[in-house]
Design a protein around this ligand. Sequence first.
Ligand SMILES: Cc1ncc(COP(=O)(O)O)c(C=O)c1O
Length: 445
Amino acid sequence: MFSDKDLIKNIYLYSKLNRVPFHTPMHLGRTEYPNDLSELSGLDNLQYPTSTLKNAEEYLSKIFLTERSFLLTNGASIGLQAAILALKFYYSQNNLALKPLLVSRNVHKSILSGVILAGFDVEWLELNYDDNLDLYTGLKLSVAELKEFLSNREDTYAGLVLTNPSYDGFYSDLSLLKSLTLPLIIDEAHGTHYYFSDDLPKGALKTAGDIVIHSLHKTLGALTQSAVAHISLHSKVPASCYEAALRLLQTTSPSYLILKSILESVQHYVQEAKELYSKVKAFQEKILTNCLTANNDDYFRIVIQNTAAEGLEVFLEKRNIFIEKKSSKSITVFLSPYHHEKDIDLLNAALNEFHTTNLSIASPTLNFFSFPDQALNPQLAYSSPFQELPYQESFGRICAELFAPCPPGFPLLVPGQEINSSIIEKLGICDDFLKYKRGIIRVVK
Ligand SMILES: Cc1ncc(COP(=O)(O)O)c(C=O)c1O
């Protein structure tokens, strides 16, 4: 009854069976989630896929033109952790010493989790801060400058890790990095939709990148936690290293709702690309005529400039409009083909009202802070005996924890960094830090 090939069809067939379940999940499919299946007979095994899941991964590999693609049910986060661990395995298998990783400072915290698990040292690449928007737009170095920087240093690093595009849709063409011998891990969590349209930038699988990670709930229409990892054609890191790393980390009870949504969302974009993209483009144009927006590279992400952004967020929420991200001088909204025309009209009307009303301007909370260098290996600092202090007393101490306020999710506190006055100042205005960590910081004893 079950086909070897078709995951979506098999899940449908399961839902039609009059099953008497004595297995997980314990809601037995009798609550609101009838299709929440896991690894049942006929539905394959995510750690060792041989049938439906293998077929699904091959489909993704064909669409994204990769050596191999891996389904992820624990978000891009697990994919990035596995990427760093895979790099470590690659060096161990080749009896090579573990050199530091060169990492852009706006990487997601999961990269740092991977670094801590694998034991790498880290050298940071500084970011470009846009004062008009109060956000980081990408690397301080252009790609050409980065290539030049690496020209006589490639063999001093174990790999290069970049986030591209940025959270807010700022992009750099990485083509020039294609000739590097250094392995390249690209966090393309915010760029999956680049692959189905010619009027968006070129994804890393078409420019340069050995391991590339996509978050499908951030870009396409898949369920939260759905993601895909890709090993590019001609990757320097073999797919076998990635597979081994992922087997250590990924759940043994994958959600088939998530797996199904990965496939369906990709199929939707493949089949209806033209319609979906023109819809979003039209939404963007409608918003553009209405307010001052930043010149990013992705019309699915609109950065609206405003000196009273703090006030704008609250103003919008009072009208039941919720944004993705704010800074003191801009807000970022994500557009989707699943938006309705009336959503865009409501946003536009609220923006109009905001700009024509004389609102009090909230005091700016600048995002900019100067990042300290690493004083200690992240794994060593994270696993050292620690002491907890009020953050105001932490100047000059070595940080023993990883803390990344979301969004954008890049670490404010990195284990092994010496805490400077800029970090202390930022902690003092970081709502998440004060709320969730109650102003307490872990430092190496
Ligand atoms: C740049 C970037 N990479 C990775 C992630 C993690 O993605 P996921 O939520 O799919 O685990 C995020 C989440 O915010 C992100 O912004």
